[in-house]
Design a protein around this ligand. Structure first.
Ligand SMILES: Cc1cc2nc3c(=O)[nH]c(=O)nc-3n(C[C@H](O)[C@H](O)[C@H](O)COP(=O)(O)OP(=O)(O)OC[C@H]3O[C@@H](n4cnc5c(N)ncnc54)[C@H](O)[C@@H]3O)c2cc1C
Length: 461
């Protein structure tokens, strides 16, 4: 009988050390480790992993190349379908996508597809592999709003079809959440995000930053005055939600979005930058998603004692198990079945605490999750200097409100078909702007689907 090879673990920074620095937590695989892990793939005839990947990376094929040490070829296989493999290898929820469909996972542990993708992508970057194909221009132009994963994926595919593509980005740096939201210790900016965006630029995609579509220009001016043949909107869901409880306007209450943007984009954690961020001694993060984990782990690295306040129990935490595990290892406390009812302030208007109430789980709601119910009379106070609200985000209404005929729904998301067509002819959309906050790979998948639909539309005009 063949000896079963166990899943190859990826080396990580010691939790006690990493809780005080912003260096990447996971070191990834060496070439030997990657080849060992690649040898676990049984090369299914009908690969479920590939179907479960929203951009359909040819997973068995790239793993086969990696197994024989042909890392350049493996990188070429991935590049056919993904413009951001080093990003996806780091942040995709593989456990619910490719790895969730791996046949080895039925009786044991799935192939570590994420770490293999990350290894191949990192190898190709450190060996300066040129993955750019030369294509002849087709003479048509497409504008893309937003340089997050949706916009970058759409732009890459269109550029590969011969379109002249220009991305308009509101911020001063490209990348969307990859740049301003996901922390450096999970996704290095210069070493990974910038280099993958540079690869998109090498395809001929132009990126203009500091352009707020809806203010600096409009969708109509892009189409009528600047004569773009079509527009793709990948403007994300960056508008934070708050609880609406007393004291939320005190100094020291911030949204996770603002907190992480200050840390990542404004480099608040580096002493040479003059845009610091206040964390005080204690930080309470309200919410239980991946964004809450990122905010909590960032606050910890900035020197605070951090607790996560969540209204359901640990079982219902929406964050990835790996993120919760890492947060706990780094010393973050969790207050489960707890909900804030007011933020408490000092006479000078600064946060001094959070009044909370205990919760218990009641009947399941429409999603099948048990609803949290307040336990009457169980209020108690938690001392804290800063409260970070991490309750989800929705799309900014600016573009919908400045584009006649572009419909949004009740949740503030743009209305679009599966192919990305909006209610305005020639205007397509995808990613968080359409679905609400989701994932990098789903946004990329939507960008790719829309690129196809844009091509069909432009050819028909
Ligand atoms: C802190 C955090 C951690 C996350 N962690 C993960 C993770 O580990 N794994 C995962 O898969 N997903 C994660 N996500 C979710 C994921 O990052 C998003 O689903 C994904 O980035 C959505 O891509 P997008 O291109 O639709 O939007 P975005 O990434 O939000 O990009 C939209 C871009 O459009 C720009 N823009 C907005 N309005 C305008 C305008 N009017 N004019 C011009 N430009 C505009 C924005 O500045 C932004 O750059 C995380 C999200 C956050 C906030």
């Amino acid at each position: 009988m063949a000896v079963k090879i166990p899943r190859t673990p990826a080396r990580e920074q010691d939790p006690a050390v990493r809780a005080a620095n912003f260096d990447e937590v996971c070191y990834g695989y060496s070439a030997e480790e990657a080849m060992l892990e690649a040898s676990r793939c049984i090369q299914c005839k009908k690969p479920g992993c590939m179907e479960a990947c929203p951009v359909n990376v040819k997973i068995p094929q790239f793993i086969r190349e990696a197994l024989s040490g042909s890392f350049a070829e493996a990188a070429r296989v991935i590049a056919q379908d993904s413009s951001l493999p080093a990003v996806c290898g780091r942040v995709c929820p593989q456990e619910t996508q490719c790895e969730g469909a791996c046949i080895l996972g039925v009786k044991g542990e799935p192939v570590n597809i994420g770490k293999l993708e990350r290894f191949v992508a990192d190898w190709s970057m450190s060996n300066n592999l040129n993955l750019t194909e030369t294509v002849s221009p087709n003479g048509r132009r497409v504008a893309v709003v937003g340089s997050g994963p949706a916009g970058l994926a759409c732009a890459s595919d269109l550029a590969k079809m011969g379109y002249a593509v220009k991305i308009f980005e509101a911020l001063h740096k490209a990348g969307g959440v990859l740049e301003y939201g996901i922390p450096e210790f999970r996704l290095p900016k210069e070493r990974v995000v910038k280099r993958e965006i540079d690869n998109v630029r090498k395809l001929g995609v132009e990126i203009e930053t500091n352009v707020v579509v809806g203010r600096t220009v409009t969708i109509d001016s892009l189409m009528k005055d600047e004569k773009f043949d079509a527009v793709f909107i990948g403007s994300g869901a960056g508008l934070p939600k708050f609880m609406g409880i007393p004291g939320e306007n005190l100094n020291g209450v911030v949204s996770a979005n603002e907190f992480l943007t200050r840390a990542n984009l404004m480099k608040a954690y580096e002493s040479c930058y003059d845009t610091p961020i206040y964390v005080g001694k204690r930080v309470a993060v309200v919410g239980g998603g991946n964004v809450a984990m990122d905010a909590a782990r960032t606050a910890k690295r900035l020197g605070a004692d951090v607790c996560v306040v969540y209204r359901r129990s640990e079982k219902e935490l929406p964050a990835r198990v790996e993120e919760v595990h890492h947060a706990k290892e780094e010393g973050i406390a969790f207050r489960m079945l707890t909900n804030p009812v007011a933020v408490l302030g000092t006479d000078s208007g600064w946060v001094r605490g959070l009044r909370c109430i205990r919760m218990e789980l009641g009947a399941p709601d429409a999603d099948g999750r048990r609803s949290p119910v307040e336990v009457k009379g169980s209020e108690f106070d938690v001392e804290t200097d800063v409260v970070i609200m991490s309750l989800g985000t929705s799309p900014n209404p600016l573009i919908a409100s400045t584009t006649p005929g572009l419909e949004g729904n009740r949740r503030g998301c743009l209305v679009a078909t599966e192919a990305g067509a909006t209610t305005r002819a020639g205007v397509f959309a995808g990613g968080d702007a359409v679905t609400g906050a989701a994932t990098v790979i789903l946004a990329m998948g939507a960008g790719r689907v829309a690129a196809k639909a844009i091509d069909e539309y432009v050819r028909s005009t």
